[in-house]
Design a binder for this molecule. Structure first.
Ligand SMILES: Nc1ncnc2c1ncn2[C@@H]1O[C@H](COP(=O)(O)OP(=O)(O)OP(=O)(O)O)[C@@H](O)[C@H]1O
Length: 263
């Protein structure tokens, strides 16, 4: 009797939007080599907001660069929604960045000659698709800019430009939104409303946000803060408050070797 092959079991469902395993990035070689990241393990569950903090040079930007597939790691793995994307070629990584990762930058990075609505549509067009007008309108409504859709960035305040950038980051319904100091160029009141919007993207839309920040007040909007020191994971805090994060950052600074001062 011939046996029919059994269907493959369904892939185990993953709850992690982004996961990095033993992530390592070394720049340079020999005695001058710098380990920007040295074996970092982190998982970012779907529908969560995580802040990544650490002193200058601790590896935060390198982490975002590798998580976004802008560069391959020296070793270790990057998984997006459970799929190992580490060894993807340049073309596949470009597609990954366009379709499955949303970006929010400190300096907004909007196209100055495109209107707000055209900026939000851009990732879909770059991916070769046709923007869904209703979705784009709903996103502009969600970020509070339904009435500014036809404005060019120059006619918008910094906070409004960052709201357009957040709508743009969400338009492809990415697996994860990576935000690099998203409030670094904003005054504290505007920063608060942009952070509340990122929080709402997680709570109301189920998005996953990973945000690099130096600001304990910004970090307190997250569910969890992870701390890096010298390219290694140096701690984690759930349900952070600004005071607790600031206290932890002060202790981290004590761990960082300071360069000898010669007089
Ligand atoms: N392209 C590169 N070539 C050489 N060294 C690099 C490169 N990029 C980063 N580094 C080094 O790797 C380490 C981590 O840098 P990274 O920019 O990731 O830190 P960071 O935590 O983002 O710092 P900051 O808060 O100042 O932006 C630093 O020592 C940095 O000098």
């Amino acid at each position: 009797m011939t046996r029919l092959p059994l269907p493959a079991p369904p892939a185990a469902p993953t709850t992690n939007a982004l996961e990095v395993r033993a992530l390592t990035r070394t720049y340079g070689e020999g005695a001058g080599a710098v380990a920007a990241l040295a074996g970092v393990d982190l998982a970012f569950p779907r529908g969560t907001f995580t802040a990544v903090m650490g002193p200058s040079g601790s590896g935060k930007s390198t982490f975002l660069t590798l998580a976004a597939g802008l560069e391959p790691p020296t070793s270790g793995r990057v998984l997006i929604e459970g799929e190992d994307v580490t060894d993807w070629d340049e073309e596949a990584r470009t597609r990954l960045r366009r379709e499955r990762v949303g970006f929010v930058f400190q300096a907004f990075h909007l196209m100055p000659y495109l209107t707000a609505v055209q900026n939000v549509e851009l990732p879909v067009r770059l991916a070769g698709g046709r923007p869904n007008r209703a979705r784009v309108a709903a996103l502009l409504e969600h970020v509070g800019l339904a009435d500014r859709a036809r404005n060019l960035p120059a006619a918008l305040s910094g906070g409004q430009q960052q709201r357009v950038a957040i709508a743009r980051a969400l338009v492809t319904d990415p697996a994860v939104v990576l935000a690099d100091e998203p409030t670094g160029a904003l005054d504290s009141r505007t920063a608060g409303s942009v952070l509340a919007l990122l929080r709402a993207c997680v709570d109301a839309l189920g998005q996953t946000v990973v945000m690099v920040t130096h600001d304990p007040v910004a970090a307190a909007f997250a569910d969890t803060v992870v701390f890096l020191v010298d390219g290694r994971l140096a701690g984690r805090m759930d349900r952070p408050t600004a005071e607790a994060v600031a206290g932890q950052m002060a202790r981290l600074d004590e761990l960082v070797p300071h360069e000898a001062v010669t007089v």
